[in-house]
Design a protein around this ligand. Structure first.
Ligand code: CAP
Ligand code: MG
Length: 431
């Protein structure tokens, strides 16, 4: 009988990846009745040059474009892809291959893309972040400590004027940034242009009154032409950042906006809303570590990476791995979690810790991340017994305590705002 499929031709345990190959690490579980070999052959085939059946004609040179499953360790497999499969500088095309049809294959019950090691030749075709951590620190004139910010809460519903006023209070409490929430763009009650106009006025006032640089992550997420118009308005109004919901906007539009914003001198705050739809189930989907890596590659300045202690999912191991992927020049491999990555000339990106934080949790977060972090304390400043400004002050006092290696309780003796925050929340971990 004629052979029906050729999946086994995508497996070679003797293969050693070339330096120019792109290597993926997957976790997989075959469907009942399917062997591990059958499963990994299908993953390698469907993500590269294969199809479900043998073909009448195939030019022999096409063999050189096939992916190879070359290392099997329990339910983990490494697959190597020749560089020529991939278009230079096209992250969307990459995802259609290594994170495309394979997630829907009947033969595979669960499949998770854990990490990808990009060869230098591939990395070189991307621009990465325009500023890097050092560039942002220069821009904000904050050489050392964690950078701080807050979202007005409740997350959507304020008028532009109310929003700007809360922003002003946040800045006056000592914070560097005011952030829009992910679902606030331009609404009837809080139009983008009006928000920018009012925020600009109050930013100028806060800068005059404090002598500090004040910034904002204003959410431009929309179709690309609208995002461009909003980015121009921000640059014309003297802002140095914009914010994009990068998962829902998609890699193609983020790449376009990276270039556009870079010409305008704008850094990009990346909110990851929707990430948990594909990274929460540890057996299936795409890891957060890889999303963070992809976003650094295509050039966001910073991206949300979890807190461990706050209200949203993400354990310490994952959060630390995310931070390494974003900040290190050379990422060390970690079994079943990370592959080695040499970033070459790509600049670093900031991790962002947010979600359910308050002053009492600040030292926990900083113990995990260190000081190269954007720390967002939102509900945890607006819920302060004395209001937003006092809440921001309390958070800055908590940072000071951490920097000076004092406990929060010791610091609270000379910092009344922190004392009030601790009275309300203590070290409470929200759910
Ligand atoms: C934080 C936040 C962010 C989350 C997103 C919110 O507010 O603005 O969207 O941090 O999650 O709406 O929840 P709070 P992540 O500080 O008031 O909780 O950072 O994990 O992507
Ligand atoms: Mg939010």
């Amino acid at each position: 009988m004629a052979k029906i499929d050729w999946y086994d031709e995508f497996i070679d345990f003797g293969y050693r990846p070339a330096k120019t190959d792109l290597v993926c690490l997957f976790y997989f579980e075959p469907e009942e009745g399917i062997s591990k070999r059958e499963a990994i052959g299908r993953i390698a085939s469907e993500s590269s040059t294969g199809t479900w059946t043998t073909l009448f004609k195939m030019p022999p040179r096409m063999r050189a474009l096939q992916a190879t499953a070359y290392e099997l360790d329990g339910n983990y497999v490494k697959i190597s892809y020749p560089l020529d499969l991939w278009e230079e500088g096209n992250a969307a095309q990459l995802l259609s291959g290594i994170a495309g049809n394979i997630f829907g294959m009947k033969a595979v019950k669960n499949l998770r893309l854990i990490d990808v090691s990009f060869p230098r030749e591939y990395v070189r075709c991307f621009k990465g972040p325009r500023h890097g951590i050092a560039g942002v620190r220069r821009m904000m004139r904050v050489p050392k400590r964690p950078l701080t910010g807050a979202v007005p809460k409740p997350k959507i519903g304020f008028s532009a004027a109310e929003h700007a006023q809360i922003g002003y209070e946040t800045w006056m409490g000592g914070f560097d940034f005011v952030k829009d929430d992910e679902n606030l763009t331009s609404t009837k009650f809080n139009g983008f242009d009006e928000r920018v106009r009012l925020m600009t006025k109050l930013r100028d006032r806060a800068e005059r009154e404090t002598g500090e640089r004040k910034g904002a992550f204003l959410n431009i997420t929309a179709d690309v032409e609208t995002m461009k118009r909003r980015a121009r308005l921000l640059a014309d109004s003297g802002w140095n950042y914009c914010m994009i919901d990068v998962v829902v906007a998609g890699t193609a539009s983020v790449m376009t906006m990276r270039d556009y914003c870079s010409d305008l001198g704008l850094a990009i705050h990346a909110h990851r809303a929707m990430h948990a739809a594909f990274d929460r189930n540890p057996k299936h989907g795409i890891s957060m570590e890889f999303l963070a890596k992809l976003m650094r590659l295509i050039g966001v300045t910073q991206i949300h990476t979890g807190t461990t202690v706050g209200k949203l999912v993400g354990n310490r191991r994952e959060v630390t791995a995310n931070a390494d992927v974003l900040r290190e020049k050379r990422v060390k491999p970690l079994e079943h979690v990370l592959l080695a990555q040499d970033w070459g000339n790509i600049r670093s990106a900031f991790p962002v810790a947010s979600g359910g934080l308050h002053p009492g949790l600040v030292p926990d977060v900083l113990n995990i991340y260190g000081e190269d972090i954007i720390l967002l304390v939102s509900g945890g400043i607006h819920g302060h017994p004395k209001g937003t400004r006092a809440g921001a002050k309390a958070s800055m006092q908590a940072i000071e305590a951490w920097e000076d290696e004092r406990t929060l309780e010791e610091q609270a003796r000379k910092s009344p705002e922190l004392a009030q925050a601790l009275e309300k929340w203590g070290h409470y971990k929200p759910k």
